[in-house]
Every structure is written in structure tokens, then in C-alpha cells.
Write a protein that binds this ligand. Structure first.
Ligand SMILES: Cc1cc2nc3c(=O)[nH]c(=O)nc-3n(C[C@H](O)[C@H](O)[C@H](O)COP(=O)(O)O)c2cc1C
Length: 192
């Protein structure tokens, strides 16, 4: 949220960049900060999950302000080109806030193997954005159901081939450390 506190110079222009700035001004409240989250926490007894966290400082701030969980995400890489992927940021975030609440991840999850990688990297869960949208566009509700069945089957195969009997036991030992002797490809630079 701190990122939105940066002042964007008022501008009325005709270039794509100028139009985007105008759109951001109209659609985002740039005064929003972590104190607002603490206020929401004070009046909302239900769960609060903060999405779009990409660094340890924001992860700590979210839990300090009362979040129950966070989703490490770069919004599918649609906001700021060059920013870190969720999966690349996950390990630093977990080291900073592991155990304070749920930590989920999204971005580039396209297969059951991707799900296992996310869980092995320490996420409590992962989310799909475009995968279901692609399936919906390709074949409606039936294709979304088929996509989910495929994902589940792929996850089972990946678990079998890595010797992971139950998902809660998936941990970083499944990930390739560069020796070539472990089963899953390294997550470095994955899922932009
Ligand atoms: C067309 C589109 C619109 C999106 N709009 C939002 C949004 O308004 N707010 C948000 O937090 N994330 C938004 N996202 C990001 C998704 O919630 C999610 O983080 C992302 O799609 C996950 O990556 P994946 O598509 O590779 O699975 C959008 C993604 C797409 C593809």
C-alpha cells in the first residue's frame, strides 16, 4: 500500500503513459495506507487477506496491521513490468513472517506440477488467475471443470514422482538446489 502514497503528478495528456496515470488517479485512492487496514481490522471480525505483497516489509506491515493472511503476488505481472514474480519473492517473505498467518502465492500457476512447486516452496496454498479464464474462454464451464481435473491429475503424478505422499509434507527438500539430483526444477526466475 505504501507504493500508492507516491504522488503522481496531475497530467492531462494524450499518450498511453499519460492516460494510464489519469486512470490510476481516478481508480486508486493514493492516500490509502497501513493505518486504514488497522481501522478495517478494528471493525471487521472476519478474515482479512491482503493480496499483492511482494516484499518482507509489506508482509510484516500487513500482519502488524491485523491481516490473517497474505497473498504474495505481482497481479499476474500486469502492473509494473520488471517487478519480481510472486514465487521469486515467496521465500524472503516466508523467512520474514513465516508462522504469523497464512501465506499464499499466485502468478504463473498453470499445472499440477506448478502447484506442488508452490507448496514445496513453503506456500500454504496457491491461486489461479488466467488458467481458469483461458479454460472458460475455450469451452465454458465444462472446460473449467476439465482444467481442474487435469490439474488434480497432474498434481497426483508430480507427488508420485517426487515421493511426496501428502501435500502437507511438501517442503523445500523437493526443490532442485542445482545438484541435479533432486526432482523439481529450481524456482529462481520462475513465473513472470
Ligand atoms: C485480466 C486480469 C485482470 C486482473 N485484475 C485484477 C484486479 O483487479 N485486482 C487484483 O488484485 N488482481 C487482478 N488480476 C491478477 C489476478 O488476481 C492474479 O493475481 C493473477 O492473474 C495471477 O496470475 P496468473 O494469471 O498467472 O494465474 C488480474 C489478472 C488478469 C489476468
Amino acid at each position: 500500500m505504501g507504493h500508492f502514497s507516491v504522488e503522481i503528478t496531475p497530467h492531462t495528456g494524450s499518450t498511453l503513459n499519460e492516460n494510464q496515470q489519469a486512470w490510476i488517479r481516478e481508480n486508486f485512492d493514493c492516500s490509502t495506507n497501513w493505518a486504514d487496514l488497522a481501522w478495517v481490522r478494528s471493525i471487521w471480525p472476519g478474515k482479512i487477506i491482503i493480496k499483492g505483497v511482494l516484499c518482507s516489509e509489506d508482509a510484516k506491515a500487513a500482519f502488524d496491521a491485523g491481516a490473517d493472511g497474505i497473498i504474495v503476488s505481482n497481479h499476474g505481472g500486469r502492473q509494473l513490468d520488471g517487478v519480481s514474480s510472486g514465487i521469486a519473492a515467496l521465500s524472503g517473505v516466508l523467512d520474514a513472517v513465516g508462522g504469523r498467518g497464512s501465506v499464499w502465492v499466485d502468478g504463473g500457476i498453470r499445472s499440477g506440477l506448478d502447484v506442488l512447486k508452490a507448496l514445496a516452496a513453503g506456500a500454504d496454498g496457491c491461486l489461479l488467475g488466467r488458467a481458469w479464464a483461458f479454460a472458460l474462454a475455450a469451452g465454458g464451464e465444462q472446460q473449467v471443470a476439465a482444467m481442474l481435473r487435469t490439474l488434480k491429475a497432474e498434481l497426483r503424478v508430480a507427488m508420485t514422482l517426487t515421493g511426496c505422499k501428502v501435500l502437507r509434507n511438501a517442503d523445500r527438500s523437493l526443490l532442485d538446489k542445482g545438484s541435479g539430483s533432486l526432482p523439481l526444477t529450481s524456482l529462481e526466475g520462475y513465473a513472470r
